[in-house]
Design a protein around this ligand. Structure first.
Ligand SMILES: N[C@@H](CCC[C@H](N)C(=O)O)C(=O)O
Length: 274
């Protein structure tokens, strides 16, 4: 079994390629913690070989929880698969369904993350609410309040607040409170989006199970979808994260496409840990 340290716009991953072993990876929270001690990461991406797709894709957060989706990790895993495959398209089976990946001429990989879930049960929320603008807010430590985030499921739950100045927010203070609010029974990824113009969003995300990360792919998609639903942006924009720039497109057929940089940092020795 091979493992690699990779990142997608600074979003840090261990990608475990277990395709040759067959079967399913058994990663208990204790094993995830041991891997994190060996090499810190935001998510582990597991590539397995079973079923009909080119690979089966699984995602674990740094806190050990297995979750439904990871946009940047999907790009990183697909990038790895493209290294020994001449094709320009692959299909990955993830918890939420099949995801298409396409190798671009620029060397980047674009993934099709499917259609966003926009109903309150899709997020999920604890009670019925308009997901364009949730009836929910959070007090800021120094005074003031953030209110009315948009909610989007990209195979995982996101609440996106639109703010004036994303750099000024105390995310380590408010992120965990939003993540664990009872309105979100499966917890939530909290995004803070500053719309620069109709094609540009500056975004920071407090990720469920990983905390503040340098970039979040599904968060970038959720921010674009939430912004477009409010008439703030076009259907296509670049999302500027702390670790890099992520182009996102919400096509007329409802599918959301994410691309951006991927970096291979090197192979990892995980002997005895998995
Ligand atoms: N880094 C991610 C999202 C990873 C999962 C998320 N923290 C969750 O719990 O849903 C991305 O690039 O999408």
């Amino acid at each position: 079994m091979k493992a690699y340290a990779m990142n997608g716009a600074g979003n840090a991953f261990i990608v475990i390629d277990a395709r040759e072993q067959g079967g399913r990876l058994a990663l208990s929270p204790a094993r995830v913690a041991a891997l994190h001690e060996r090499r810190p990461f935001d998510q582990i991406m597991g590539l397995e070989s079973h079923g009909v797709a080119d690979a089966h894709l699984r995602v674990w957060n740094a806190d050990g929880g297995e979750v439904g989706a990871c946009g940047n990790g999907t790009r990183a895993a697909a990038w790895l698969m493209f290294q020994d495959d001449n094709r320009s398209r692959l299909t990955l089976a993830a918890q939420g369904g099949a995801l298409g990946a396409r190798r671009l001429d620029t060397g980047m990989v674009e993934v099709d993350l499917g259609q966003p879930g926009l109903g309150w049960r899709d997020i999920p929320l604890a009670r019925e609410m308009d997901t364009v603008r949730l009836d929910f807010g959070i007090d800021l430590p120094g005074g003031g309040r953030l209110e009315g985030p948009g909610a989007v499921s990209m195979g995982n739950p996101h609440a996106v607040f639109f703010v004036e100045d994303v750099a000024a927010l105390p995310l380590a203070g408010i992120g965990p409170k939003i993540e664990h609010d009872p309105l979100f029974p499966e917890r939530v990824n909290a995004g803070f989006a500053q719309v620069i113009d109709r094609q540009t969003i500056r975004l920071r995300v407090w990720e469920r199970g990983a905390g503040l990360t340098l970039a979040c792919g599904t968060g970038a998609c959720a921010a674009l979808v939430a912004a477009h639903r409010r008439g703030l942006t076009a259907r296509e924009a670049v999302i500027i994260a702390d670790g890099g720039v992520l182009p996102v497109r919400w096509d007329a057929d409802g599918h959301v496409h994410l691309s951006g940089p991927v970096e291979m940092e090197g192979e990892l020795d995980i002997e005895g840990l998995v």
